[in-house]
Write a protein that binds this ligand. Sequence first.
Ligand code: 9G3
Length: 568
Amino acid sequence: MRTSQVLIPTLREDPVEAEIVSHRLMLRAGMIRKVAAGIYTYLPLGLRVIRKIENIIRQEMNRAGAQEILMPILSPAELWRETGRWDFYGKELLRCQDRHDRDFCFGPTHEEVITDLFRREVRSYRQLPLNCYQIQTKFRDEIRPRFGLMRGREFIMKDAYSFDRDEESARVSYQKMYDAYERIFTRCGLNFRPVEADNGMIGGSMSHEFMVLAETGEETILYEEGGTYAANVERAEVLPPTDVSTDQPLPLETVSTPGMKTVEDVCKFLSLTPDHLVKTLLYQTPDNTIVAVLVRGDHEANEIKVNRLLGTTEIILADPEIVTKVTSAPVGFAGPVGLKNIRIVADQAVQGMKNFVVGGNANDTHFLNVNCDRDFQVETFADLRQAKAGDPSPRTNAPLSSAKGIEVGHVFLLGTKYSEAMGANFLDDQGKDTMAIMGCYGIGVSRTAAASIEQNHDAKGMIWPTPIAPFHVHLLPVTNSELVQETTETLYQSLIEAEIEVLWDDRDERAGVKFNDADLIGAPYHVTIGDKGLKNGVIEIKHRRTGEMVKVAPSEATSYLSQHLASL
Ligand code: 9G3
């Protein structure tokens, strides 16, 4: 393709609104343009990347036995009312009405629609297992859309749904998708890692996320170096403590701690390390009860784990006014001793502690030599804290390392949450009415493109992995001489014949402008054709990733590039 005939509006300046590198570079390379907050047009270069990712996904999904379908973007409210999700989701679910005032939503995901299809069309175990997928634009009305394609309100998702006759068969379907995802992200040329994940509010029993490893990633993963255990930090299990104190309980003391509100302040004031303190966090559940969560001073509470223990979905830290009402003290002095009518749960590490420090439930006051059972009652001890680097792996005890990642895929074994709510039944081999076991499997297609850039770029621009690059070769004639033009034209035709995707910069621009745009766009190979080289019978091929330059005769260029592209 010739640059003069494609819309590639590159920008020399960094757009001010772009906070992350993928957003900045996609705007600068003329791949995307913003239409409204979190809503983008894909220009030709951007769409080429999207299509390549989609094609890899299609091939691997089909290979895994899934069937492609396409569901509508609008979903009728009735289906969402059946699962309770019409009311469960607030403003994130974008709603609208048709001319008859009937309620619809712009599909944020399609569990309801596919389950409706299943219950209408599938009768017998002979039709199972069934796995249907689609690649489609989704809508989620995020409060604060940012980061370009990384977190758009409108985005492209591949979503798949499996239906099985029993748990064992459902696990096989799940594993097939897990394996397909490994092939998909490998074929995209990405450095990624599957991790154990929380299955969140959607229910179900097993879940993995596929993380593209990048320092700019928003997710934290903990993993065993060279081992098999890897988990999202939200999910990572913490082993029960091995260090249980055998100290004798000392008498409870009150100490004045004027203005000492943080763990750091109190430790400094009392000359103690944070592992001698217990933090008391007051949480508010959706039905407005207050629960005190205790964690050691050097630990952080994991709200997902607390939710799982309490059977709630979205606890929040209590407002300062509520804290004051409950503890008779400003925030920073809450403690478990003397708290009335408040459930107290504690992280397992607290169980092994003796003579620790807690807030005194009075302004500028702490208690010393506090002990569980003697001074207050804990309803349940459990794993409630956030795991961190250095903690022992729950599988092998080896220390965990931490890394940053971007979630590009998520697989869930759902169980019967949706089949039960919507009556997705079939007749088993005994003629008995049976509920289908479901799985669901997502890939953020547009986010995968952004994640690839976060992982693969340098100061000059993007560095595309060949399988998802918008073009393989960027052809850069740098003068207008007849020889350069003829050589370029001949090479262009030869590359096309070899089925190499080539972008020919045929603009009347200075060499420097062309080189800058080529580095920005990030095709794997740049071919420079100039009079100086041709005098010596050569053109120059640059490997974008390594910067390596090789000189080859124009007649050798196509076979050089074919060989290098084929080896990837
Ligand atoms: C909603 C809204 C936002 C949502 C959901 C529903 C996330 C919702 C989870 C999933 C799970 C799987 C199929 C592909 C794989 C992932 N945000 N989720 O269900 F109404 Cl507004 O989407 N869906």
